[in-house]
Design a protein around this ligand. Structure first.
Ligand code: BTN
Length: 242
């Protein structure tokens, strides 16, 4: 397997994209100690301080239509929850679609980007950012109420390599299940870790806000929200607040 390790990068996503374009094989991993231009979802930046976290991109080449790409993001969130639990004993939860939270604060963000030929995925780049050894004062003030780290939760420094290994092993296991049996078994696991299913949420999309009860996810990974009038909305991309 190909593992690319760098001290400082702009974004591991960019490097993985370039490698993907050059034909790198499935399972290629890009890791960095620090990102200067770490990217989050919705054009946000991702705070990636040196030696404090896991800043990693994983290249997959599943033979699936674009529509199903969100399934792999959900699968990754499950792998992160399981990996964190195995190493630290902390039970994290998932907020749709891809935030991993501990005690309601964000410990991991996942960003999936893809390259496709017509409808088929050519490469899928899953970026995983895990806050590991930050102390609360390492965060900019505006993140201190919403972000956490494994250190903050357990007052213990963690070996990042051990966590990376645990998560990649979980991911490989889940991906094998996914390729053999489809998304359904992954969906069940995802739902068992999900925070927002069955509760009242506000989904802020690019076109407006939908307030209602989160019913669950579809087989494609789309979030179903039932509004006060009883209409069910299919949410593809949004920020969720409770
Ligand atoms: C989010 O907005 O929640 C997603 C954050 C994703 C951050 C990771 S860190 C490794 C990879 N490289 C990036 O620039 N972003 C992702």
């Amino acid at each position: 397997r190909n593992i690319f390790y760098e001290e400082t990068v702009d974004s591991t996503q960019k490097i993985a994209q370039k490698l993907a374009y050059e034909g790198a094989e499935e399972g290629t991993i890009v890791l960095a100690e620090e990102q200067i231009g770490g990217r989050g979802r919705m054009d946000r930046s991702w705070h990636s301080p040196k030696y404090k976290g896991i800043w990693m991109s994983v290249l997959l080449r599943p033979n699936i239509p674009i529509m199903q790409a969100p399934q792999l993001t959900l699968l990754t969130a499950v792998a992160v929850v399981q990996g964190i639990e195995e190493v630290t004993g902390i039970q994290a939860q998932i907020k749709w679609p891809n935030d991993v939270l501990i005690n309601g604060k964000k410990v991991t963000g996942i960003l999936t980007e893809l390259q496709a030929d017509s409808d088929r995925i050519h490469s899928l780049i899953i970026g995983i950012g895990i806050n590991v050894n930050q102390h609360i004062e390492d965060y900019p003030e505006e993140l201190q109420n919403t972000a956490t780290s494994l250190f903050i939760e357990k007052k213990e420094d963690w070996n990042r390599a051990v966590i990376i290994q645990a998560i990649l092993l979980k991911m490989e296991k889940l991906y094998t299940i996914y390729l053999e049996n489809g998304f359904y078994p992954i969906k069940l696991l995802w739902e068992s870790y999900a925070l927002t299913i069955g509760t009242r949420i506000t989904a802020s999309t690019l076109t407006g806000k939908i307030v209602g009860k989160a019913l669950g996810i579809t087989d494609d990974g789309v979030l179903l929200v039932e509004d006060e009038q009883g209409t069910t909305h299919r949410i593809y991309s949004a920020d969720i607040s409770v």
